[in-house]
Ligand binder design. Structure first.
Ligand SMILES: Cc1cc2nc3c(=O)[nH]c(=O)nc-3n(C[C@H](O)[C@H](O)[C@H](O)COP(=O)(O)OP(=O)(O)OC[C@H]3O[C@@H](n4cnc5c(N)ncnc54)[C@H](O)[C@@H]3O)c2cc1C
Length: 485
């Protein structure tokens, strides 16, 4: 019997757990450790943030689903990994802190044979003064954050209905943020909802981000072939913004958020500020801060984790200039190089470097997006790593059998820009590969036959249907494996 322990029950962890349970032997144990009792389809938090969905529409209780599937669920937070055991334990283990402790013991050690780290991001609001829902900006990164954002947005709408002008500022809250796509969807949905309430003319809507130009999205932008023309995503994004009367500030590192004013530094080195009545800013992401200890309880955190707290896997982490980056630097098996029974998937793995070109202001402030790891690749990594682990158990080797490199994987992303059945719209994008490969595709880094962008009502319908399809799949309902990640 083998024990597969999965940390985190998000898109990557839940997918890994379901595949591990299906493919592993009956006698093998699949244990998921995650602090939240609810599973959240995070992409639909955008609609919670504008009042088109409620938190209960985008979540479900994990425990009954895992019970049905034969997965052990511990509602707990992992604190540290002990890959060599210690003086008291011969086996590797994870120290966890129970959230719902019935017997008064809040800490527990869970032994494992294989560990899959799928802990996602730490929402690092602390990196920017005044950033975050407890301070002066709103967020849509969790369903609770999104519900709070909606409450404040509705108050702002009420003021507009009384004739007051409102300044709305949406984007990223630090020079090193990722997840621009989520902020992009939010500003478009806010614009849509203001029109619905008949108050669009009362709002000044501004985008602020750390992207070098609109449409970068942390993937260095992309080229799209349409009607015989090859267009950069900047042109596509700028025209969408211009059509809707949205202003934009790019190349910005947010330094501080006050009650009604945001201060930022630009890539050109200027210090500026802008006023707002309502602001939603995505925070920078870091790893969740797991520690690691060796046999003698010595601190080996830097052996397992990169300085940003994301876990080291089979990537090439050698520091090199942008011009020397290669698609092959990116990991494919997600196995930790030192401990062959540890893997990291989804946002939890440490990327070898950004995708967008790194830039610094004259003061040395880094202002560029860090790489996104979106839902589709996160799910695929979870699936493939779970299958590798099961194969390793069966074959009795330490060699992963499956690969899921973002450099050989395509991705589809549908960014909502309004959610009505007849007047909704979404930007549908596909790209191949996610990581540009200039050796294979010297002109644009990607295969333009598979890199596509289009806006329309059909995109909204697909996005809406996908909400229900992915909630259905995540619950392990019949035929869930027929639904792709
Ligand atoms: C608002 C928003 C909209 C988005 N929209 C899209 C979209 O339209 N399409 C798309 O492809 N992607 C989208 N994304 C990105 C997508 O949500 C992520 O790519 C995806 O959630 C990453 O999956 P993950 O499993 O790595 O992390 P998560 O889904 O964040 O899961 C991490 C899990 O780990 C748990 N955890 C945290 N700390 C610990 C700990 N110490 N111990 C144990 N467990 C822990 C968490 O509770 C959670 O269950 C969006 C993201 C945001 C924020």
């Amino acid at each position: 019997m083998a024990k597969i322990v999965i940390l985190g029950a998000g898109i990557a962890g839940n997918t890994a757990a379901m595949y591990a349970r299906v493919h592993a032997r009956k006698s093998d144990e699949v244990i998921v450790i995650s602090p939240n009792s609810k599973w959240n389809w995070i992409p639909s938090n955008i609609w919670v943030g504008v009042g088109l969905m409620k938190p209960e529409d985008v979540t479900f209780e994990i425990a009954p689903i895992y019970k049905k599937m034969g997965i052990v669920f511990k509602q707990a937070k992992a604190i540290s990994i002990h890959p060599e055991g210690n003086k008291n334990f011969t086996n590797p283990f994870v120290k966890i802190e129970n959230i719902k402790s019935t017997n008064g013991i809040s800490e527990e050690n869970v032994e494992y044979d294989y560990l899959i780290n799928a802990t996602g991001p730490k929402l690092n609001f602390g990196a920017t003064e005044g950033l975050g829902p407890d301070k002066n900006s709103y967020s849509v990164c969790t369903y609770l954050h999104a519900a709070e954002a909606n409450k404040a947005l509705q108050e702002s709408i009420e003021r507009m209905k009384k004739g007051e002008r409102q300044k709305i500022l949406i984007g990223t809250g630090h020079g090193n943020c990722t997840c621009q796509g989520a902020a992009f969807e939010y500003i478009f949905n806010v614009e849509y909802i203001l029109n619905k309430h008949g108050v669009r003319d009362k709002a000044d809507l501004t985008w602020i981000s750390n992207e070098y130009e609109l449409g970068d999205f942390g993937i260095g932008g992309m080229h799209i072939k349409r009607g015989g023309y090859i267009t950069h995503s900047r042109v596509f994004a700028e025209s969408l913004f211009a059509e809707r009367g949205l202003d934009w500030i790019t190349r910005a590192h947010v330094q501080k958020v006050d009650k009604k004013e945001l201060f930022y530094e630009t890539l050109e080195g200027e210090e500026k500020s802008t006023q707002f009545d309502f602001t939603m800013l995505i925070p920078p992401f870091a790893g969740v801060g797991l520690k690691a200890y060796g046999k003698m309880d010595e601190d080996i955190t830097s052996k397992l984790f990169a300085p940003n707290s994301f876990m080291k896997v089979d990537a090439d982490y050698t520091a090199k200039p942008f011009e020397e980056w290669k698609a092959s630097d990116w990991p494919s098996t997600y196995q930790n190089p030192d401990y062959k029974n540890i893997f990291a998937v989804g946002i939890a793995f440490a990327p070898p470097h950004p995708i967008s070109k790194p830039m610094k202001s004259p003061k040395g402030t880094p202002i560029f997006p860090t790489p996104p790891r979106t839902g589709m690749p996160s799910g695929v990594m979870g699936r493939e790593v779970a299958k590798s682990v099961v194969d390793m158990i069966r074959n009795g080797t330490d060699k992963p059998t499956r690969k899921a490199s973002m450099a050989t994987m395509g991705a589809a992303c549908i960014a909502s820009s309004g959610a009505g059945i007849f007047d909704g719209k979404a930007v549908s994008m596909t790209m191949y590969p996610i990581i540009p490969d200039y050796e294979k595709y010297p002109s644009y880094g990607r295969d333009l036959n598979y890199t596509f962008g289009e806006i329309g009502l059909a995109g909204h319908w697909i996005k809406h249907i996908l909400h229900y399809v992915f909630m259905y799949k995540a619950k392990g309902n019949p035929f869930w494996r027929m639904i792709p990640e």
